[in-house]
Structure formats: structure tokens, C-alpha cells
Design a binder for this molecule. Structure first.
Ligand SMILES: [Zn+2]
Length: 438
């Protein structure tokens, strides 16, 4: 696995047009931004040119379009430009605008893809961030939207779209690569069912709306300046919107979104659920909080480094490191350990495999301290030459030693480990680890 790199725009580029809701002229410009900046909007028309993070925490409304804001500042209809940036592989950018809404263009994301291609993209020296779906997430809305996110190695979206009374039911599914997005998704235009917007039109709330930037369906008639671009144009546009709304989580997704009659409200709810699961997962991953030097780690520091928890945390404390290759940990074995109840009743002995687990945990702490990149994680692969020499009883203090004996390439590492009680080796073995990019 090679780490994908973050990308920004190679230079700035933009275009002008009409904003959908106010009908005013607006100029939008995409600007490069540094590593880990993410996507931010900048209101050039306001004093001090405030910026707004394209983040789900800033979501304000989801009525017909997605609006974000901070304080009193708003940006409306963010989903099409965010969709294009996300699908075309731009991680970091500033979206400058001189109004509160991007230009609607032809109602699709094609103008944004064109601007991104005009600017070009440039790789940056930091790994791209992903949300890897670990367990299915699903959200449902009262209006009949259903979204399910399943684990997948790639980012896929499958969508079934149906209008009122199931008119114009369509399906589209694809793995979202820049090439597929540009060809099959970006050109799909905004569409409305007449009965859903009639009241907005009467209230004059979509001043910039016209048959040049939206398809209007009235009964079975499709009204638009240009004929349908695809038989399934509506389902494709829904996918465009899903990608744009989910871009608000701030990372790319490796997972499969399955959507039935999606809308901005349900998309936003899924984005929130993703952020929640993401927070749960990163709480268990490895922050690099090693203190400098060879000093030890207390139980809190050990738990910040190791994802293991009771009853599988087999290290109470790291006593210290010796140079770059040695580490010693300890565990007090008490009669309250859950395994003693069954191993064995009336004759409690610590299982050998748990001593191997203790060795693996201490060795992986050593390897994490050594690892040069925070984006890599060591996996316990195999154990050789394991010997159990003496039984371990309740009340024993286990000293767990790990010494790195071989680091073949930067992919494999071998550590000789032993558990010691009262100065006698009770178990030992050679443990092999491999490194993978997170
Ligand atoms: Zn849309």
C-alpha cells in the first residue's frame, strides 16, 4: 500500500455567473492552499473577508440546497463546487466568492471540473486523509430518504432516485474516480419537480432559477433548454449532491454509499454519523505521545499508545527504553484477572498465549516509538521459537522485555521478547511485525 498524497490546485482559476437564489452576478475563484488546510470559502465581498470552513459542524440549513455559516456569515448552495473538488482529488483549496453563493452555471458541476482542470492539481508532501468505514452506518428520514454506508476499498456511490408518485425512477452506480466523475456525474444537472418548487417560484425565492440552469419536470414533461444529457440524469445528479454534501466531513471516504431517494437533509445526517464514527475510531488509533528520552510510560500514556483495553491490555507500565532497540514493560498479575476463573478452576495459571500477547504489546510500543511516520502502523504477524518455561501465578510481577533484532527493509521487523518473573525467564519467543500505511 502506498500512501496517496494530498493535492491542491497548481494555480488559481475561476469563472463568473449567476447565483441561483438571489439572481445576482458572482465571481468565484479557486486558490491553492497548504497541507491540512482543507476546503474553505472566503467572502471577498464582506469587510475583513471572513472565511468559512467547509465542515459539517458549520451546517446551517438543508432546504433544497446546503448552506453553511459561521457567526452571521453564510454561504449557500455549497454542494456542487465541493462535489467537484472532492471527486477531482483536491484536498486543500480556498473558494473565493464576491457573493453569498457560487455561480449556478448550467446547474451541473461541469463548470467546476473545467475550472479545476484549468488550474491543474499539484501533489503535496503529506498523506491524504481517509475515513475507512469499519461498520455499516445507516440513516433514514421521514421524507423517505434512506442512506447506507458500507465498508469498501474504494469510494462508490449507488443511487436509486424516484420523484413524486415514483415518477422518473432511475438508478446509477459507480466507483467515483476523477475520470468517471468528469464523464458520468459532473454534467448531470439540477432538476426540480414543478409541484415542489411552485410555491418558491411564487414567493420569488429562486430569482436566478431558469430553464438554463435546471430541468423542470411538470407532469410527465421534461422542460429544459437542452435535452436530457443522460437517461438517468436525475440519479446521477443526486450522486453529485451526495459527494458534495459528504465532502463536509473533511476527508475522503473508502466505503460504498447506497442511497434511496436521497436529499440534502439525509446526506447531512449521514455526514454527521460518519464524523461520529470517525471520532470513535480515532480515539482508538495511535497518537504519537512518546515523551522524549528513555524514560518510562505510565498506564495513561500506555493507553494513549495502545488501542487495547481491559481485559486485553497486558501492560501496566513501560519501565524504560534502552537506546533505539530495547524496551521493558511490566504487568502485575492479580487473582482478579478474568482468565484465572477458567484457567484453571482451583489451579490458576496465566495462559501462555497471553504472555505472548504481552510481549507483542511491549514490542509494538517499541516499534511505534521507532516508526518515522505517524501514518504507519505495525501489525503482529507471527511468533517463532516460543517457549513456555515456568508457570505464572497470581501475585507474580511479569517483566516483559523486547529487543529489536532485525529490521528487514522498512516493512518487516523482528523482536526477541521474554517474560521474566523473579529473575527467571518464564516465556520467550521471536515476534515478527509488518508495517502498513494506515
Ligand atoms: Zn444539486
Amino acid at each position: 500500500m502506498t500512501a496517496e498524497l494530498q493535492h491542491t490546485l497548481a494555480k488559481s482559476a475561476g469563472f463568473s455567473g449567476t447565483s441561483l437564489h438571489t439572481g445576482e452576478k458572482v465571481t468565484l475563484k479557486l486558490q491553492p492552499a497548504p497541507i491540512d488546510h482543507g476546503i474553505k470559502f472566503k467572502r471577498k465581498d464582506l469587510a475583513d473577508e471572513p472565511t468559512i470552513d467547509a465542515n459539517i459542524a458549520n451546517l446551517k440549513t438543508v432546504e433544497r440546497a446546503t448552506t453553511i455559516g459561521e457567526g452571521a456569515v453564510r454561504v449557500h448552495t455549497v454542494e456542487h463546487v465541493l462535489s467537484a473538488l472532492s471527486a477531482m482529488g483536491v484536498d486543500n483549496a480556498i473558494i473565493e466568492m464576491d457573493a453569498n453563493e457560487p455561480p449556478i452555471g448550467d446547474g451541473s458541476a461541469a463548470p467546476y471540473v473545467e475550472v479545476i482542470k484549468k488550474a491543474g492539481t499539484a501533489a503535496q508532501e503529506a498523506p491524504r486523509r481517509f475515513f475507512d468505514v469499519r461498520e455499516p452506518i445507516h440513516v433514514e428520514s421521514k421524507s423517505g430518504s434512506l442512506l447506507v454506508l458500507l465498508p469498501d476499498e474504494k469510494f462508490r456511490v449507488s443511487c436509486t432516485q424516484a420523484g413524486p408518485n415514483n415518477r422518473f425512477t432511475q438508478f446509477f452506480s459507480g466507483e467515483i474516480s476523477p475520470a468517471l466523475y468528469e464523464r458520468e456525474i459532473a454534467p448531470a444537472r439540477t432538476f426540480v419537480f414543478y409541484e415542489e418548487v411552485a410555491s418558491l417560484m411564487e414567493k420569488n425565492l429562486i430569482k436566478g432559477g431558469s430553464l438554463e440552469n435546471a430541468i423542470v419536470v411538470r407532469g410527465d414533461a421534461v422542460l429544459s433548454k437542452e435535452p436530457l444529457r443522460f437517461a438517468g440524469e436525475f440519479a446521477r445528479h443526486k450522486i453529485l449532491d451526495i459527494i458534495g454534501d459528504l465532502a463536509l466531513i473533511g476527508t475522503l471516504i473508502r466505503g460504498h454509499v447506497i442511497a434511496v431517494k436521497p436529499g440534502h437533509a439525509a446526506n447531512a445526517e449521514l455526514a454527521r454519523a460518519i464524523v461520529k464514527q470517525h471520532a470513535k475510531v480515532t480515539a482508538l488509533s495511535v497518537p504519537r505521545t512518546f515523551p522524549p528520552g528513555e524514560g518510562g510510560l505510565d498506564i495513561n500514556q500506555v493507553m494513549e499508545i495502545l488501542p487495547h483495553r481491559f481485559p486485553f491490555l497486558m501492560v501496566d507500565r513501560i519501565l524504560g527504553f534502552e537506546g533505539e532497540t530495547k524496551c521493558t514493560g511490566m504487568k502485575t498479575v492479580t487473582v482478579n484477572e478474568p482468565f484465572f476463573a477458567g484457567h484453571f478452576p482451583g489451579h490458576p495459571v496465566m495462559p501462555g498465549v497471553l504472555q505472548v500477547e504481552a510481549m507483542a504489546q511491549v514490542a509494538s510500543i517499541l516499534l511505534m516509538k521507532l516508526a518515522k511516520s505517524a501514518s504507519r502502523i505495525g501489525y503482529f504477524m507471527s511468533a517463532d521459537e516460543v517457549k513456555f518455561r515456568k508457570p505464572v501465578f497470581p501475585g507474580d510481577t511479569l517483566f516483559i522485555h523486547a529487543e529489536l533484532i532485525k529490521a528487514r527493509s522498512n516493512r518487516l521487523a523482528k523482536a526477541h521478547c521474554s517474560c521474566v518473573v523473579n529473575d527467571a525467564v518464564v516465556s520467550e519467543g521471536d515476534l515478527m511485525f509488518t508495517f502498513l500505511d494506515k
